[in-house]
Design a protein around this ligand. Structure first.
Ligand code: SF4
Length: 341
């Protein structure tokens, strides 16, 4: 197994399905945390951990310090129409960071902690088979369920993943990240077959809302390193959050990008801008777990959008989009806008 870094995340306890011991990665992780005297708790199913389900919402941040190890059973690909052809359930779900809007909370509720699935070979084989069978350069989005750069500091999966696809006859991978830890991605033969999309936001929003993620400067530096290492890259400004003073913040962000990112990078990196959505689930968990930080979202600017979700009202969002488009045209004229949604 590859050498794995341990400095980023040592869990407070590990829950594991015994089935992980049938896989090399499962055995490596089990042995590592046992040797570190991390409490190891056997579970039947990573989807049903009764003692964690019973914990109150106020324990959300505490549970983010746990790690769950399992075997992924469902490998179903979902068709997608934005930056990829398929959303792929890959080697993890959830994350140890705590962005207060994290969309995964709508799916996993308080169980949005990091779960690592050790049967990576099966997930990789399914993608390769699909692309080869249809002889298509399908784009597989492998990071829609977690942050794979963060997961990599636990598993070392990313260099393996990138290397596997570098030589595959068909297919392309893409993943977003809010983290800077890309050392292990340098010097790899990636074949230009994995796109890494760096998610940026004003530093004030990162500190107040994207708890536990990398600072803006670190993310931009990592983006430049990836670009210089020949990876196809993209930039997400996501989510756009309409906090008081947001206009100045986003203009300052665009200026910072213009000053710190090479023009060629900006020219080649499609920009995705996504307005924040929020939900009753977020409100409830954030109020219990982060009572001070939770005030960042003004419900007056939002309208119900079905299934307990909120979106910015058209009268807020329309002018905001116009403002962002004008600011981009002025400050980042070389950047191609893939979409604003
Ligand atoms: S880094 Fe991504 S997956 Fe992790 S909490 Fe933030 S939005 Fe969710």
């Amino acid at each position: 197994m590859p050498v794995m870094r341990l400095d980023g995340f040592t869990p407070e306890r590990v829950y594991y399905e015994p089935g992980i011991l049938g896989y090399p990665l499962g055995r490596t992780l089990h042995e590592r945390y046992r040797a570190l005297s991390v409490p190891m708790i056997e579970i039947e199913n990573h989807n049903r951990i009764p003692e964690l389900r019973a914990r109150p919402e106020a324990d959300f941040a505490r549970m983010k310090r746990y790690l769950v190890l399992g075997v992924r059973k469902s490998l179903t690909h979902t068709k997608n129409a934005k930056t990829s052809d398929f959303l792929v359930p890959y080697t993890s779900s959830g994350c140890s960071a705590m962005c207060l809007y994290c969309y995964l909370v709508c799916t996993y509720f308080t169980s949005a902690y990091l779960r690592v699935f050790v049967n990576r070979e099966a997930m990789m084989a399914k993608m390769k088979r699909k692309a080869e069978k249809d002889q298509r350069h399908y784009v597989f989005e492998i990071g829609s369920n977690s942050d794979l750069v963060l997961e990599n500091i636990v598993t070392g999966n990313l260099p393996w993943t990138i290397g596997e696809f570098a030589g595959a006859p068909f297919g392309h991978l893409t993943l977003p990240t809010k983290f800077h830890m890309v050392d292990e991605l340098m010097g790899l033969d990636h074949g230009g077959r994995t796109t890494i999309r760096m998610s940026l936001n004003p530093e004030d929003i990162i500190r107040r809302v994207e708890l536990g993620t990398s600072p803006l400067a670190g993310r931009m530096e990592a983006l430049v390193r990836l670009y210089e290492a020949g990876y196809p890259v993209g930039i997400l400004v996501a989510p756009v959050i309409l906090v008081p003073g947001w206009q100045d913040m986003y203009r300052a962000l665009f200026k910072t990008m213009a000053e710190n990112l090479p023009e060629e990078l900006l020219r080649s990196a499609p920009l995705e801008l996504i307005f924040m959505t929020y939900s009753r689930t977020h409100e409830s968990i954030n109020a219990a777990a982060f009572p001070v930080a939770a005030t960042f979202c003004s419900r007056e600017l939002m309208r119900p959008g079905g299934r307990g979700k909120y979106r910015y009202r058209a009268e807020e969002r329309g002018p905001a989009e116009e403002f962002l488009r004008q600011s981009l045209a002025e400050l980042l004229p070389a950047s191609p806008i893939a979409y604003i949604c």
